[in-house]
Design a protein around this ligand. Structure first.
Ligand code: AP5
Length: 219
């Protein structure tokens, strides 16, 4: 299974990818998580990425492409992968084609998560994440059992800097301008299918599995 997940911020790509990773044993590659990890460790890459991320802008393509060229070579990718947040521009998508060509691999599908702006703002203003393991929560839809504490690792659960409303609105604009053109890019290749991401995670997962032909009646 080799899939790309695209869609606006807050569409639920990360939430779905975690579930699919658990169920299908494929690698979940989130460029956002990789960048946040670099920021946390204060690496050179993290220092460069931080100012873009906090403003809701995209990190430059060359930085992302170099990072992904390394990541796709790691052994956990042999069983397949879910690309969450990459590619995000047409040059990134072209670079991904080149990387996969060299590896002799192709994508199975590109899943477009469709959702309205106001739902995105509601989801992201309520999102909380674990500082340690990155687990995703929502104050109303999926709160941790103990407020402020991760169910999985006991880490502190906080709001992401870029989930403040004004930054979310910038990210939506950046999505429209720089990432939305990928919809036509992948539609032209016959790889794209769309899911209504405003439904529950269970329903979104079920429709993806049906489209991929992997759904059974005993999830
Ligand atoms: P990144 O971390 O990739 O952010 P994003 O794409 O904006 O996506 P999000 O993580 O915000 O949303 P999501 O769709 O994963 O939603 P989630 O599942 O968490 O990128 C961050 C930044 O890094 C970028 O702005 C950029 O600066 C940089 N960057 C990353 N990749 C880059 C690239 N390739 N090129 C350049 N720059 C790059 O869900 C959101 C909330 O909703 C959660 O609280 C969740 O609990 C809740 N929720 C999820 N599903 C449902 C549901 N079905 N019903 C109700 N609530 C739900």
């Amino acid at each position: 299974m080799r899939l790309v997940l695209i869609g606006p911020p807050g569409a639920g790509k990360g939430t779905l990818a975690v579930r699919m990773k658990e169920k299908y044993g494929v690698a979940h590659i989130s460029t956002g998580d990789m960048l946040r990890d670099n920021v946390k460790r204060d690496t050179e890459l993290g220092k460069e990425a931080k100012r873009y991320m906090e403003a809701g802008k995209l990190v430059p393509d060359d930085v992302i492409i170099r990072m992904m060229a390394q990541r796709l070579k790691e052994p956990d990718c042999n069983e397949g992968f879910l690309l969450d947040g990459f590619p995000r521009t047409v040059p990134q998508a072209e670079a991904l084609d080149d990387l996969l060509d060299v590896m002799g691999l192709t994508l199975d599908a590109v899943i477009l998560f469709s959702i309205g702006d106001e739902e995105v703002v509601t989801r992201l203003s309520g999102r909380r994440v674990c500082k340690e393991c990155g687990a995703i929560y929502h104050i109303s839809f999926h709160p941790p059992l103990r407020e402020g504490t991760c169910d999985l690792c006991g880490g502190e659960v906080v709001q992401r800097e870029d989930d403040k409303e004004q930054v979310v609105r910038n990210r939506l604009e950046v999505y429209r301008q720089q990432t939305a053109p990928l919809v036509e890019f992948y539609r032209a290749k016959g790889l794209l299918f769309e899911v209504d991401a405003s439904r529950s995670s269970e329903e979104v997962l079920a429709s993806i599995e049906t489209r991929l032909g992997v759904r059974d009646d005993h999830p």
